[in-house]
Design a protein around this ligand. Sequence first.
Ligand SMILES: *Cc1c(COP(=O)(O)O)cnc(C)c1O
Length: 386
Amino acid sequence: MPFADLAAELAMLDARGLKRHRRILESPQGAHVVVDGREVVAFGSNDYLGLAGDPRLAAAAREGAARYGVGAGASHLILGHAAAHHALEESLAQFVRLPRALLFSTGYMANIGIVTAIAGRDDAVFADKLNHASLNDAVLLSRADFRRYPHRDLATLEDMLAASQARRKLVVSDAVFSMGGDIAPVHALLRLCERYDAWLVLDDAHGFGVLGSTGGGVLQHYGVASERIVYMATLGKAAGVFGAFVAGQPALIEILVQRARPYIYTTAMPPLLAHTLLAGLEIIAAETWRRELLAQLIARLKRDVAGLRWRLLPSDTAIQPLMIGANDEAVRVSEQLAQRGLLVPAIRPPTVPEGTARLRISLSAAHSEQDVAQLVEALLEVEKNS
Ligand SMILES: *Cc1c(COP(=O)(O)O)cnc(C)c1O
């Protein structure tokens, strides 16, 4: 029978508690959403500043649609590079204080584009083991020598760099680790890159908009600047819209325009989204209260769950993972929270290492103190009954 082996694979996933299901969202993204017909408090989005459902951005999108229509209709290099895209690239470069920026349709594609355009068979890529899947896929596709170091293990990274004979060396790292929430040691990574003449690719998907006084991301947070940095961030998370960009030295960006296949062989993002993002950038920089509120909610959650048997991983960002361990227990806790009207996704392998299933609590400036209090109360109850 055709596909019988696929059915067996699905049954195996189910038996191991690894089969994933999609919930149906019926409202705009936010702290309070309607899911599968029911109103719940959600702690599962990457909408850290609460902008995805912002009416001002929806208005900007309508204005963008009126001005540009709906679709780009072509790739950037053919006839799809609209004035809004161009203006957004200039604003993004300024926003992160790097010379030039280039838009991609998604962060996944940006990572594939960066690594495959600048690394090949004679090169080596040194990657933190907990990097995002898109960075790993990018390295595999590039055919470069793929060297992974244990999470944050700078001594091992240094040994690898010192031993490498590669023509070009790239160190690639999540800036904020997507399933742990911890911030990469950027200063130390940069020092190693300088010592061993490597480039540093930073994926700031979870830092852009959130870290730094005006939301400039991990570089602003640490006050670092270097010509070795290839900076990448997404625009579908804190920025609340869709897309991604790469920023860095002009020659790097121009090589991406010429060589990055996920840039060249795909339709440009709808220009109305670029128009929307331009309005969003001003809000991100100006509304510092969003980052302040988020910091307060993070502090409150950390303080109030300290009595639980389950522990939060050490994180100061909006990603606050509660370590559970076993897959079935993580799913059960998540389901019990859902019964109480709280959505917190259980994250299981292969997204995280075996034996480290967790609840990924993600906080947002759209949440209130009361939402966090409700979550903590429910966690205490679920723990008592388990
Ligand atoms: C979400 C994410 C991406 C992918 O970005 P998209 O725009 O959603 O494709 C890349 N890297 C990291 C670390 C991410 O969390």
